[in-house]
Structures are given as C-alpha cells and as structure tokens.
Design a protein around this ligand. Structure first.
Ligand SMILES: C[S@@+](CC[C@H](N)C(=O)[O-])C[C@H]1O[C@@H](n2cnc3c(N)ncnc32)[C@H](O)[C@@H]1O
Length: 304
C-alpha cells in the first residue's frame, strides 16, 4: 500500500487533473469511478485499469470492490487513488503501481527492477512441463529469472523438481527471493550469474529462458510500459539476437543427453532462431505460438 504524507495527499487532492472538480468526502467507489472515467479514458487509462487501481487503493479485490460499491470512502482512500491515477497518466505500468502481476495463476510481486511477467511467457512454462516427468525429479535451469515468475510456476507444478534460476541483477534476485518466500516454493535455488558463468559441470534435463531480445534501435522502446522496465531485461546487441545466440551456443555444455532447450523470443524472430538452433546441432527444432497466434517459443533437443 502506498503511504502519502498529509501534505502530499492534500496536494494530490487539490491538484488532481483527472477529476472534474474536488472529490467530496462522501463519495462512493462507484461515484469515484464515474467521476474519473471520462478524463482517465482521454488519457488512455481503461475502465479495468481504473478498477484495479481503486481496488489496490482500498485493499480490495474486484469482487470486494463490487460488494462495497455503495460504501462511503474517506479522504485518505481517495487521495491514494488519485495519486495512483496521476502516476498512471504519466505512463507508470499498472503492475508497478499495484506491485503485483498474476502469472500462471500465482500472484507475483514486481517492482521497477524486474520485467513485468507477460502472459505470452506462460508458453515457456507449458513447454518445459511437456518435457519433464515429475516422478523423475527433473533438473531444470532457468537463465534470467527476473521476478522468478517462470521458475516459481515450474516449482508449483513440479514439487520434486530441482530448479536453479539465475540472473545478473542482484535487485531482481531480491524480488525473486521475496516471491519464493511469500509463495513457500522452496525447491528453487536463485543464483547471481552472467548467463552460465560459474555453474560448473551440471547436467540439466531442461534449460529455459526468456532472455532480452529487443533490438536497441526498436522504436517501441520509447512507448508504453517498456519505458519503465529495466533496459537490461529488454535489449540485446546484434539486433536483439546476441543473448539468444549465446544461450543456444553454450547450453549443450550444460544439458543432459537428449536434454531440451526452450527459449522465448520476439514474434518476428522465429525463423532466425530456428536457424541458429539447427546450425548449433539441435534436433526436433520447433516453434510454438502464443495465444495471439505469434511465433513465441522455440525449442530443440541436443544429443551431442
Ligand atoms: C526478459 S527478462 C525475463 C524475466 C523473467 N524470466 C520473465 O520472463 O518475466 C530477462 C532477464 O535476463 C536478465 N539478464 C540480462 N542479462 C543477463 C546476463 N548476462 N546474465 C543473466 N541474466 C541476465 C535480466 O536481468 C532480466 O531479469
């Protein structure tokens, strides 16, 4: 929950640019949403986002918000909501404002040190599960774990799995560790590493990653939520392919015989990524589509 000083609250209240006028102390959630709707809409904030922000300000889920839609709000609650809407109009992603994003039905805590997990990335989890047998206590390596979303989803499905998850960012690993404690999923070991460095001669049944893959020159980096996300989580040299290439080329040293590498990539990178897998000696190279029908995850099996 965001805490504001009295002066800050008064200032947000008086300077609100998204309300039609001062919001009275007797307003209900329903009236407050109505008041904000028009100007928030003009600023590109959807009704759903407004409701999520109001739920966060009131510490209620969406069902609770509906149940309490006729209750009177106090000044603090309105000030917190007003502040959240202001920051959203400045472009701050809703997930950074609420501090949470749902992934694989798990509430994942996020902050500006980590990428906000995308639902497309659930395809990585599906493919890793397709290659693992829970009874075999599979060894899994995730590279570039960020908030820990992929590994936490895998740990929730594979309690007997032995999962190692790495990231180069100490701040990201703090977030991942916090998520692990909150969710009570203790079969993951988070390690600070530059990709494979320092891993030793381990053999994993599956290695997976959603590495940075955006071309540093991509103009989409200047718009939307990505403006607020860590650049180290987004961009890679060589037109976005440097980290994908490094991982595909190095993974065979760490894969068990006939082990799988599963990689997320950009929706226009499928053809090139398949070529890199094939040139590096992988078999059964296949690209899977995300729910929008875009090429999103490519996998291959390495057999020496
Ligand atoms: C696209 S984000 C993926 C985060 C998370 N796995 C997800 O899917 O939401 C890429 C992650 O790779 C990490 N990363 C970037 N360069 C790295 C490197 N050289 N070694 C390890 N991790 C790295 C970033 O810190 C970031 O957390």
């Amino acid at each position: 929950m965001i805490r504001l000083s009295l002066n800050a609250r008064r200032s947000f209240w008086l300077n609100s640019k998204v309300t039609d006028g001062p919001v009275t102390r007797t307003v209900t959630p329903k009236e407050l949403l109505y008041r904000f709707r028009r100007q928030a809409g003009a600023a590109g904030i959807s009704d759903l986002e407004l409701r999520v922000l109001l739920g966060h300000a009131l510490d209620l889920d969406q069902a609770g918000l509906i149940a309490r839609s006729g209750c009177r709000l106090d000044g603090d609650q309105i000030a917190v909501f007003t502040s959240l809407v202001h920051r959203r109009t400045e472009g701050v992603p809703v997930s950074y404002l609420t501090g949470t994003r749902e992934f694989w039905s798990l509430p994942i805590r996020v902050n500006p040190h980590v990428l906000i997990p995308r639902h497309q990335t659930e395809c990585v989890v599906e493919r890793v599960l397709a290659h693992t047998c829970p009874a075999a206590k599979p060894g899994i390596l995730e590279l570039g774990t960020g908030s820990g979303a992929i590994s936490l989803a895998l740990a929730s499905e594979l309690p007997s799995g032995r999962i190692i998850a790495t990231d180069i960012s100490a701040e990201a690993l703090e977030v991942a560790g916090m998520n692990q404690r909150r969710l009570g999923l203790d079969n993951i070991r988070f390690v600070r590493n530059d990709w494979f460095d320092g891993l030793g001669a381990r053999e994993f049944e599956v290695i997976c990653s959603n590495p940075p893959y955006i071309d540093p020159k991509d103009r989409h980096l200047d718009s939307g939520d990505v403006r607020f996300e860590p650049r180290i989580a987004l961009v890679a040299e060589d037109s976005g392919y440097a980290d994908l290439e490094h991982i595909i080329g190095t993974a065979p040293r760490y894969l068990a015989e006939r082990g799988w590498l599963v990689l997320e990539h950009g929706y226009r990178q499928g053809e090139t990524v398949r070529a890199i897998f094939n040139d590096s000696g992988y078999r059964a190279v296949t690209t899977h589509l995300d729910l929008e029908g875009n090429e999103r995850v490519t996998e291959g099996r390495y057999s020496g």
